[in-house]
Design a protein around this ligand. Structure first.
Ligand SMILES: [Zn+2]
Length: 166
């Protein structure tokens, strides 16, 4: 095992083998952000990595929206509509998971821990859908963990951007 540092956030981590000339990223988020360059004015191009990140955010937003509306209409006694929305939220949850998994696989930053978190969150998703009706809160939690984990370096970067020069 050798230690490399994430090209985007600077976090050191260990890899099995260092390939010369290759850029290493600690997570999917750093790999994506590194491919969305920001210029001196803070502008960035609308490119494929940015669009794929925004697509995940949009899908997750729809998952949460369907779940929230299903809870609201259940309170009004519209149980069959609530049930359908609950299933829509569960379907959206699976799509979000697949989208994040694809992003991870394509980022080249996926390592053993990422695989583990992917498997655990998928198991949690399947378990929360099997509660019949699906548990919207558990589905939301599972994907929140998966997304936050995949983009953890991006969050760290924001927290330390003031102290660490680019
Ligand atoms: Zn990083």
């Amino acid at each position: 095992m050798s230690t490399v540092t994430c090209r985007h956030c600077g976090l050191p981590f260990r890899v099995r083998r260092v390939e010369p000339g290759r850029d290493y990223f600690c997570c999917t988020g750093c790999s994506l952000l590194a491919r969305v360059p920001t210029d001196a004015q803070g502008n960035f191009p609308v490119n494929a990595p940015l669009i794929s990140a925004l697509t995940v955010a949009f899908l997750y937003f729809n998952q949460l929206l369907a779940w929230a509306v299903s809870v609201l209409v259940a309170r009004e006694g519209k149980l069959s509509l609530s049930n359908r929305l609950g299933w829509a939220a569960a379907g959206a949850a699976l799509i979000v998971w697949v989208a994040v998994a694809v992003l991870q696989a394509k980022s080249g930053a996926s390592r053993a821990k990422d695989m583990l978190v992917a498997v655990v969150t998928l198991a949690l998703l399947v378990a929360s859908i099997r509660t019949l009706p699906p548990s919207g809160s558990l589905c939301a939690a599972a994907n929140a963990v998966f997304i936050a984990w995949s983009f953890r370096g991006a969050l760290r970067r924001r927290a330390s951007a003031d102290v660490r020069p680019r």
